[in-house]
Design a protein around this ligand. Structure first.
Ligand SMILES: Nc1ncnc2c1ncn2[C@@H]1O[C@H](COP(=O)(O)OP(=O)(O)OP(=O)(O)O)[C@@H](O)[C@H]1O
Ligand SMILES: [Mg+2]
Length: 379
């Protein structure tokens, strides 16, 4: 086989494995909103084409890039696999992309799996015992690994060894098996759920942050180039401003707006086209969609601004608590529209204003809990 065909096949296999891992992970969450940071089936197909392949093409996350390039370069110089890497951060910010870049920069193959896909420790043993030296093992959503697999991973990460248990009951014996030195790249959207012993075994942790609009503009222009979309600068700026700091959303909005431009216009995406298209998709200037506004609406109109517990809030908007917590809240909190307090979720004055309402007296900031319906000291 030629090297080119080899690479193509590898890429196809990687894409397939990624698809399975992501599908397993996202099956129980909604990914059908146009501003959902989770990947839907369409995203997964297109993202393979849009992913930057090398660190130098990766936009934003300057600190992560600088640190990672040091880690990788020194490993290459020493001729040893680098420390295990943990990538943490909200969905759609480039964790999988970075994982693939790590393997590409090291020039090594990569095995892809995910926490939910590993049901028994045997599944993990099968992966680890067939590694070749220096391979990268990518475990997506690593906080969802089953307990026995997690324990097997501790030993593998530390001593490059797994204990394979043979037999059952009192007669069972653990046979230690050496495995090839490898680099584990773990990704998680919920690093708080990682047990400390697992977290401590990563030599390098990268926290991915939301992107600045200027960075998103660069990403959107790059994607437009790859997709063959004619995009004006003011169109890129409009899209960047509504993308919630998330490249995956930026790329998706670009595709929706392109569709609109092709059907209703001459195919060119400028500010006016972007605005008209996103109005149709109910994505407002700040990037809020119907679910976000429903969350704020429920908080404010039903509970006078809160505090309201997460599960109540989820019921009010007809969503899973996890969806509200992982998908809607981080952005609302970051935008200063919602605050998480020990007593529950609270709408900030900015949220009242966003819905075109006047915030109640006394609610001066995220700590202001005195909405109508809330007892105050003077009631
Ligand atoms: N820095 C970046 N530059 C260019 N494109 C990016 C960047 N970060 C992410 N993307 C694009 O955003 C999409 C989503 O990125 P990726 O799949 O890596 O996110 P993720 O953090 O793994 O999300 P999830 O938590 O859902 O697995 C990809 O298609 C990729 O092309
Ligand atoms: Mg990912």
């Amino acid at each position: 086989m030629t090297r080119r065909a080899d690479e193509d096949e590898l890429a196809a296999r990687e894409a397939e494995a990624l698809d399975r891992a992501a599908a397993a992970r996202d099956a129980d969450r909604d990914a059908d909103r146009v501003v959902s940071p989770l990947a839907d089936a369409d995203d997964r197909v297109i993202e393979t084409a849009l992913r930057p392949k090398r660190l130098a093409d990766f936009v934003g996350q300057q600190r992560v890039r600088d640190q990672l390039s040091l880690v990788l370069e020194s490993a290459v110089r020493r001729g040893r696999p680098p420390d295990h890497v943990l990538l943490s951060g909200p969905p759609g910010l480039g964790k999988t992309t970075i994982a693939m870049i790590i393997a590409a920069e090291l020039g090594t193959p990569m095995r892809i799996t995910s926490g939910p896909a590993i049901e028994r420790s045997g599944d993990l043993a099968a992966v680890l015992s067939t590694l070749t030296e220096g391979e990268v093992v990518f475990i997506d959503e690593i906080h969802r690994l089953a307990r026995p697999a997690e324990e097997m991973l501790y030993l593998a990460m530390e001593d490059f060894r797994v204990d394979v248990v043979v037999g059952k009951g009192p007669g069972a014996t653990a046979i230690p098996l050496d495995i090839a030195p490898f680099t584990l790249v773990g990704a998680t959207t919920r690093s708080g759920l990682l047990p400390a012993p697992l977290r401590d075994r990563f030599g390098f942790t990268a926290h991915m942050d939301f992107y600045q609009p200027a960075e998103l503009e660069i990403i959107i222009r790059r994607s437009a180039g790859l997709l063959g979309v004619t995009l004006r600068d003011d169109g890129a700026a409009e899209l960047a401003g509504r993308s919630r700091g998330t490249p995956r959303i930026a790329n998706r909005l670009l595709r929706r707006v392109r569709d609109y431009a092709e059907v209703k216009g001459n195919g060119v995406v400028d500010r006016a086209v972007a605005r008209a298209a996103l109005e149709l998709y109910e994505v407002d200037e700040q990037g809020l969609d119907r679910l976000d506004r429903a969350v704020l609406d429920a908080l404010i109109r039903r509970y006078g601004g809160g505090p309201v517990g997460l599960s109540t809030l989820a019921v009010l908007v007809g969503e899973e608590a996890e969806t509200v917590e992982v998908v809607a809240e981080p952005f609302l909190v970051r935008r200063g529209l919602l605050a998480r307090t020990p007593r529950g979720r609270v709408a900030t004055p900015a949220a009242w204003e966003h819905l075109g309402l006047t915030p109640p007296e006394g609610s001066t900031g995220p700590g202001g809990l005195t909405g109508p319906g809330m007892p105050t000291l003077f009631d």
